[in-house]
Design a protein around this ligand. Structure first.
Ligand code: ZN
Length: 519
């Protein structure tokens, strides 16, 4: 299954066969509409003037409605039926056509259950919600956003009820981001992780060790941070001829299509770490998008398998590579060249503890590796409660603050530091947060396996050998598109199902060394 030849290259569907050609033609148009929606969303988050909000909400709703019409059209149903017939006759392609039809069907079956009017309402509410959230966040006032959130929760409930009548609403939403995953599967994994992380954070607090962060603090010009970020992204393999990097409030990466992968970043004047690790993170996403099989672009299989797998790629480059001693042994000259304000005596050995310091904080995207997943679990608990009917939007801010006090020992001073910090709910994205933790677990498991397969990556990175690891990811993850489920990919790549032990071993080792914790 993981042979040398790229599976994607074997997809040479015969264009003279009308039955398969029709399916790819129809699917290509559906994907094009998605690309247009993506690009408009990228624009809304990076360029659009405030006055564009209302108009953009309409455009987004129209495109989402059109795409829904195409996904649910009788023509596509006919093409899928024909594709099934052809796949049954075709052995030579190794089952690719059958897998294409199955991947398309998964999306079609979800779409046909949701009325087009609801799809349009959701797109419009998400676009308006984003703009209200921005204002509320700026004003640190939840009340400016509450009505939008009530509306988004209500619309998502309707959608979940349409997809899975009488079923678990949270599962229906989770399935959009992590196909096949359920709340019941997540609960034991997350509760085990939460317990182990709480112990680790407690041990750090009791160690009495303080990490002196002054060596990385300074005054770093934005242009210099960007230049360093671009050089590192290029070095690990991101292709700027097929991608971009722009500023946004909330960093993200978007594969508009294979040749156009857009990453965004943000920066802090006095600390280069948020920008650099943010860019490495988005670069991991970007490498995945650029590594999807070119022959499958605009086909059902040409997509990332799930957000959890996507996040495994970003976490891998951000944390397992970007926070390693080996990487900085190689990258240290670049750091000093771009940011000459840093003490020349700072080398990889002195930088390394500053990349693994544990400091419970209020902001998820700035959290250290040990507390990060505690932030995610807070959101998971709140989302589940909202959709189970155990929590009302009006009580959300209070519940958020209480959970932060219990889990991280901190209480937000205002809503911008608390419940309004993340963009996701403003766009109606519920069930998305757990994929961050799934990705973090997957990254640790993949990196451990890559070390077994390729030899010591710490030593390879120190020599500037970044390509073998990327090649391994291309082979094990990227080239398969969404042909396999996330669980199947993890099993194939690492020989076992997803578990928390590689992440916990990694954190206990790094954090244990920094804080002198006993084994
Ligand atoms: Zn990410």
């Amino acid at each position: 299954m993981a042979g040398g030849k790229a599976v994607g290259d074997s997809l040479k569907f015969d264009p003279s066969d009308d039955r398969a050609a029709r399916l790819y033609e129809l699917w290509g148009e559906i994907r094009d509409l998605q690309s247009a929606e993506d690009l408009l969303q990228w624009d809304q988050e990076t360029q659009m003037p405030d006055g564009g909000v209302e108009g953009r909400a309409k455009v987004s709703a129209t495109l989402a409605g059109l795409r829904h019409q195409r996904l649910t059209s009788p023509q596509l149903q006919d093409a899928l039926a024909a594709g099934d017939e052809l796949a049954a006759e075709t052995e030579a392609d190794g089952g690719v056509l059958g897998a294409q039809v199955a991947a398309a069907r998964r999306q079609v079956e979800r779409a046909v259950k949701v009325p087009e009017a609801l799809v349009r309402q959701l797109a419009e509410a998400a676009s308006n919600g984003l703009s209200a959230w921005r204002q509320a966040r700026e004003a640190k006032d939840v009340s400016l956003f509450s009505d939008h959130l009530v509306r988004l929760v209500d619309l998502r409930r309707q959608e979940a009820a349409a997809i899975s009548p009488g079923g678990n609403a949270y599962d229906a939403m989770l399935d959009a981001y992590e196909p096949g995953m359920t709340e019941a599967q997540l609960v034991p994994i997350f509760s085990h992780l939460q317990g182990a992380l709480a112990e680790l954070v407690q041990a750090v607090a009791e160690s009495g060790v303080e990490v002196d962060e002054s060596p990385v603090l300074g005054d770093y010009p934005v242009a210099a941070q960007e230049a360093l970020g671009r050089e590192l992204a290029t070095a690990v393999g991101f292709d700027f001829d097929n991608g971009r990097l722009d500023l946004s409030t909330h960093p993200f990466c978007m594969g508009v299509h294979g040749g156009d992968v857009r990453m965004t970043w943000r920066h802090q004047q006095d600390d280069f770490r948020p920008a650099i690790f943010g860019i490495l993170h988005e670069t991991g996403h970007g490498l995945y998008e650029q590594g999807l099989p070119a022959a499958w672009h605009r086909t059902p299989l040409g997509e990332a398998v799930s957000l959890g797998i996507h996040e495994s790629q970003s976490r891998l480059w951000e944390n397992h590579v970007g926070r390693s001693r080996g990487f900085w042994r190689w990258a240290m000259p670049l750091l000093h060249r771009h940011l000459p304000g840093i003490d020349p005596a700072v080398d990889a050995e002195r930088l390394w503890p500053l990349l693994h310091a544990v400091t419970p904080s209020l902001i998820r995207v700035e959290a250290d590796e040990a507390t990060y997943n505690l932030h995610v679990i807070v959101r998971f608990e709140l989302e589940r409660a909202l959709f189970a009917g155990d929590l009302q939007v009006a009580d959300l801010e209070g519940a958020w603050n209480d959970l932060y006090a219990a889990s991280l020992g901190l209480r937000p001073a205002d809503a911008a530091q608390g419940v309004l910090q993340d963009i996701h709910w403003s766009q109606g994205m519920f069930g998305y947060f757990p994929t961050y933790t799934l990705g973090t677990l997957t990254a640790a498991q993949l990196f451990a396996q890559a070390n077994r397969d390729l030899g010591d990556q710490e030593a390879a990175l120190a020599r500037g050998e970044l390509a073998p690891l990327l090649g391994w990811m291309r082979d094990r993850i990227h080239r398969h598109g969404c042909r396999f489920t996330a669980a199947e990919l993890v099993q194939q790549a690492t020989g076992r199902p997803l578990a928390a032990d590689d992440l916990l071993a990694y954190l206990r080792s790094t954090v244990g060394e920094v804080y002198g914790l006993g084994a």
